[in-house]
Write a protein that binds this ligand. Structure first.
Ligand SMILES: C[S@@+](CC[C@H](N)C(=O)[O-])C[C@H]1O[C@@H](n2cnc3c(N)ncnc32)[C@H](O)[C@@H]1O
Length: 357
């Protein structure tokens, strides 16, 4: 009992520290930008005191649930503390060193500053951009090395807590296959990036076969370092387009898709959902986690508007007004539900139900 209180206290302290570190980083970097690159400063709407308090309460609710689900055994408590801390400390100075080129791109509205050696024919045109004004877009080891840290800072240390919201519905979804050997089940994560979501999934489902697909070789190299060490089954990482998944029909029992949809144009978004439906076995589940949308909380609209002003997110406005539920039904999914956790909305969609005998 005492140990559990202590662990909970350690978790809360860690989250508070990450939150403060994120706020401090953003505060100092904004001040620096005002001094060194004033023309890059975006024209943001101020957040009211009430909104800041509401955001704070929303983070607290997220962290309370994160702890509760660990206590319930959906994932181990150790996972709440897991991060490549030493690696992140080593890379943190690079985040600062990268800021001036980010400001420069924002100032000059340069959004196609992609490494020259990249074979552009290998990618859809919407992908060849500096999402978030990121150096090299998604197309270099430099970008992949900074990504996780940048996302942690953006969400004030709550990114993994938000990603973990896919774990409970995933476990519940896989229950439909409880009569099968766990090692025969497959979960595919699309737009897997550096593998943070797969890492969360693996700790919660150590025996299930995991696969990840992404367009970026550099991000997959980083994911490979993160995932394929230790005594777990090998995670298969495949470079490819989620609009044309290189897997046969009905070959996956579950698919997850975290923070991908908001980076896709409308047509690609629908193609991806159609492909998810195709590769999922009947009885299986698709779980999507992405930004909350305009309809979710009118109070948060100012935060969503500001996000779009700070980061180059060419399809974000279309996404936050998109009806993902209807898209899921159009793809063939059933029983679509959704719920929001701080800045993340999670959709659960089933591919027809298996009837219990
Ligand atoms: C915002 S990141 C999210 C990464 C990861 N899921 C996470 O939770 O951090 C979006 C990822 O989607 C990938 N991506 C974008 N368009 C894609 C596509 N059409 N097919 C496969 N991956 C894509 C990018 O390379 C990037 O790694």
């Amino acid at each position: 009992m005492a140990q559990s209180y202590l662990t909970k206290f350690a978790y809360q302290t860690l989250q508070t520290s990450k939150g403060l570190a994120g706020l401090a980083h953003k505060g100092i970097s904004s001040k620096l930008m005002e001094i060194l690159a004033p023309s890059a400063v975006p024209n943001l709407e101020p957040l009211s005191r009430e909104l800041l308090l509401e955001l704070r309460r929303s983070v607290e609710a997220l962290e309370k649930l994160d702890w509760l689900e660990a206590e319930e055994g959906i994932y181990p408590k150790a996972q709440l503390f897991e991060a490549p801390w030493l690696e992140w400390i080593g890379r943190y100075p690079l985040v600062w060193l990268d800021l001036p080129s980010t400001w420069e791109r924002r100032k000059s509205n340069t959004v196609h500053d992609i490494p020259e050696e990249i074979d552009k024919d290998q990618y859809p045109s919407y992908y060849l951009q500096n999402f978030h004004h990121q150096t090299d877009g998604y197309l270099s080891d430099h970008s992949a090395g900074l990504y996780d840290l940048q996302v942690e800072i953006l969400f004030n240390g709550t990114a993994d807590a938000m990603r973990r919201r896919v774990l409970a519905p995933l476990k519940e979804g896989l229950e439909n296959f409880r009569l099968r050997k766990t090692s025969c089940l497959k979960i595919l994560d699309i737009g897997t990036g550096t593998g943070r979501t797969l890492k969360q999934i693996r700790r919660a489902n150590p025996k299930v076969e995991l696969l990840g697909i992404d367009l970026s070789s550099a991000y997959l190299r980083q994911a490979n370092r993160t995932l394929n060490s230790g005594n777990y089954p090998l995670t298969q990482l495949i470079r490819g387009n989620a609009e044309q998944l290189p897997f046969s029909n009905e070959s996956m029992q579950a698919v997850t898709c975290v923070y991908l949809l908001h980076e896709l144009p409308k047509k690609a978004r629908q193609n991806v959902l159609n492909e998810c439906w195709r590769v999922i076995e009947p009885g299986g589940v698709l779980i999507i986690a992405d930004s909350i949308q305009m309809e979710d909380s009118p109070n948060y609209n100012v935060v969503l508007n500001n996000f779009e002003k700070v980061f180059h997110e060419p399809y974000y406005r279309d996404y936050i007004n998109d009806d993902i539920e209807t898209r899921l039904y159009e793809s063939g999914f059933e029983n679509v539900t959704n719920k929001s956790f701080f800045m993340t909305k999670v959709w659960i969609a089933q591919k027809c139900q298996i009837q219990d005998d």
